[in-house]
Design a protein around this ligand. Structure first.
Ligand code: NI
Ligand code: MN
Length: 232
């Protein structure tokens, strides 16, 4: 299994059965993304919310690859109207895609559809818990602030082993909040995201590593450069 960071909150997970899961594919306008949008492959695209730095190139990629798009109900209605194979869901619900289970979970953020000309209401922002064929469980939090259910729901109910969480501050958790999130979620691995794409979310990830290590919870911080991947 490979978890490749494409910069910002964009990840491509390639599973043991070679399924390509793309999350928040902000590619062509993402200054930190090292790949061209025409090169990105996907079987399924997960969208956490309608902000253009997350919805990104969803339609272009889905159009070219035929990927299924999973999003909240509001985005799904919009995408269906545009002719996409769109699977809507809502917070707390599960879907199965081949041997993968995907749960939509809460995120404390907003979600207007700012990628269309007449900005539309985009429902709730969310995160995803992705359970792979090998039973490894990945949590992509989307954009979020710290919230208490990271302990009582994310950890206690779904117990993800690999957490992808934002550290860039301003629009999401910063270093302090993200460190507490790690303490609450207790993942084996944490990969920080949503930082250094722009000066406004500049962050030193090594500082995050130090802060997480000082928790002594055994969580390993994996710092990636855009284009790099974590493999196991
Ligand atoms: Ni956002
Ligand atoms: Mn964002």
């Amino acid at each position: 299994m490979i978890i490749k960071w494409l910069g910002h909150s964009a990840f491509q997970i390639i599973t043991e059965h070679n399924l390509k899961i793309l999350i928040d594919p902000f590619i062509s306008n993402n200054p930190s993304c090292p790949v061209k949008v025409e090169e990105v492959q996907a079987d399924i695209i997960l969208v956490t919310h309608g902000h253009q730095d997350h919805f990104g190139d969803t339609m272009e990629i889905a159009n070219r690859t035929g990927a299924v798009v999973v999003s909240n109900h509001e985005h799904s209605v919009y995408l269906s109207q545009q002719g996409f194979d769109s699977w809507g869901m809502n917070i707390g619900g599960n879907i199965k895609f081949q041997d993968i289970n995907i749960t939509m979970v809460n995120a404390t953020h907003s979600s207007d559809m700012d990628f269309i000309e007449e900005i539309g209401a985009g429902g709730s922002s969310c995160g995803f818990i992705i359970k792979l064929e090998n039973d490894r469980i990945i949590y992509h939090s989307g954009d979020t602030g710290l919230y208490g259910d990271m302990r009582t729901i994310i950890r206690d109910i779904y117990h993800p082993e690999i957490a992808l969480i934002p550290i860039g501050d301003r629009f999401t958790m910063g270093l302090m909040e993200a460190t507490i999130a790690v303490e609450w979620i207790e993942p084996e691995i944490v990969i920080p995201m949503h930082y250094n794409t722009y000066p406004i979310i500049e962050q030193n990830p090594l500082e995050f590593t130090e802060m997480v290590e000082s928790l002594n919870t055994g969580t390993k911080v994996v710092i990636l450069e855009p284009g790099e991947y974590y493999e196991e």
